[in-house]
Design a protein around this ligand. Structure first.
Ligand SMILES: NC(=O)c1ccc[n+]([C@@H]2O[C@H](COP(=O)([O-])OP(=O)(O)OC[C@H]3O[C@@H](n4cnc5c(N)ncnc54)[C@H](OP(=O)(O)O)[C@@H]3O)[C@@H](O)[C@H]2O)c1
Length: 231
């Protein structure tokens, strides 16, 4: 299957393209400048040790047209115009929005769209004929590129369409991660905020590419909630 990565010439796009190729699909990297996308698609396979036949580079519109699934990896400041550009070419497709609201000029600030989150903005712009799932918001590009290492992150996803989230979950599994559905598109207001939280943790504690994993209570806990305690 061909998967487009619109705005795929940045770090996160390169990481997503790597994981698409790792999953056995073909990554069609899109850019405003097709030559830039072609250059990256020529260099990236050797850098990450994957088959060059699994990478292509082209313009954003051509990528969106070619992809059966379309990932969007642009800065929040370019989100609206990029979605409006690809809208005619993604009807009936699964769009996985990776965009986080982090201000590209100040990583410690979020620029929240008027719809609430990037996922909600994407769904509002693309309309009901497009299945939008928000995902990969809080996994670092470095983790995505290091496809042979065990993941330090789970993938928190959100979206209004259950079937779309099932499809995204299967694809994310192929890409080497476990997906957790966190709710409808408005859950983007929570999971997209985590990107900035992780950046802050990186700055404040010098943590190397911190990630978020869903964990459960260890077995064998003896002291458990008991209503009788409060009666
Ligand atoms: N980097 C990470 O570790 C990370 C982690 C989690 C989430 N994210 C999110 O993932 C998204 C991409 O991150 P990134 O680090 O890859 O960003 P980036 O390098 O700043 O941007 C990605 C690509 O977007 C395109 N772009 C930039 N400005 C544009 C504009 N005004 N109009 C249209 N396209 C534009 C550029 O491609 P062309 O110039 O080739 O068109 C650029 O290579 C962001 O929303 C970020 O918050 C990133």
């Amino acid at each position: 299957m061909k998967c487009a990565v619109v705005g795929g010439t940045g770090w996160q796009g390169a990481g997503i393209a790597t994981r698409i190729a790792k999953a056995g699909h073909t990554a069609v990297i899109g850019s405003r400048d097709p030559d830039r996308a072609r250059r990256l698609s020529a260099k990236l396979p050797a850098h990450v040790g994957l088959d060059p036949a699994r990478f292509e580079g082209t313009g954003n519109v051509e990528a969106a047209r070619a992809g059966a699934v379309v990932f969007v990896t642009v800065p929040i400041t370019a989100h609206r115009e990029t979605l409006e550009l690809i809208r005619p070419h993604v009807e009936g497709k699964l769009v996985i929005d990776v965009t986080a609201p982090v201000n590209p000029k100040n990583h410690l600030e979020n620029l929240w769209p008027k719809e609430g989150s990037a996922t909600e903005e994407a769904q509002a712009i693309l309309g009901d004929d497009v299945e939008v799932v928000g995902a990969f918001k809080s996994v670092s590009a470095t983790m995505l590129l290091n496809h042979t290492m065990p993941p330090n992150s789970d993938i928190l996803i959100c979206g209004d369409d259950l079937q779309a989230k099932h499809r995204a979950t299967l694809l994310i599994r192929e890409m080497g991660f476990t997906a957790y559905d966190t709710g409808k598109a408005d859950a983007g207001r929570t999971i997209e905020g985590l990107t900035q939280t992780l950046i802050f943790l990186n700055y404040a504690y010098h943590l190397n590419q911190p990630g978020i994993k869903v964990v459960e209570l260890a077995h064998g806990m003896k002291i458990l909630p008991d209503e009788k305690l409060f009666q």
